[in-house]
Design a protein around this ligand. Structure first.
Ligand SMILES: [Cu+2]
Length: 156
């Protein structure tokens, strides 16, 4: 019990430090300027006994240049991978998605049955978590992802 509690305290302190750090060194990040909008952002609460889960979001590019999503990171998972689902023969298979290009004015959906995030060693606290969506142009879009209970078995 002691270890678990200690770990939770540690985690909150780390989040606080990162939030303070972020406000300190990002005077006007592009996500507050409205260039890039993240919506429908959710993370599934992992199935009991598991720490791997999926995340979804829509990314709208309001700028006049295409952008490329090159990765997603967060403190809540040891690793986050972008995946896509492809039909191979009659089978739906997950494949790593190295990057996702979002054309100027376009919106890309990471949604059940298509592109999605896979989170490994996930530890969710509270009702939402911040994920950092990293763009090839160096911008990092911080977005809150709501935790959902929905369990969709067709990806397992
Ligand atoms: Cu996957």
């Amino acid at each position: 019990m002691f270890l678990i509690k200690y770990h939770a305290v540690c985690f909150s302190a780390l989040v606080a430090a990162l939030l303070l750090g972020a406000t300190g060194c990002a005077p006007s990040d592009s996500d507050s300027s409205g260039l890039y909008q993240v919506s429908n952002a959710t993370i599934r609460t992992p199935i009991p006994g598991r720490a791997v889960t999926a995340g979804y979001f829509n990314f709208k590019n309001n700028s006049d240049e295409s952008v490329t999503i090159v990765g997603v990171s967060s403190d809540i998972a040891s690793r986050i991978e972008m995946h896509t689902i492809k039909n191979i023969g009659e089978q739906m298979r997950m494949r790593p998605l190295p990057e996702a290009i979002v054309d100027a004015g376009a919106e890309v959906a990471f949604a059940s049955g298509g592109h999605h995030l896979m989170l490994f060693d996930t530890q969710l606290v509270g009702s939402s978590s911040i994920l950092n969506i990293e763009l090839a142009n160096g911008v990092i879009v911080e977005a809150p992802f709501q935790h959902t209970q929905l369990i969709d078995t067709d990806e397992e």
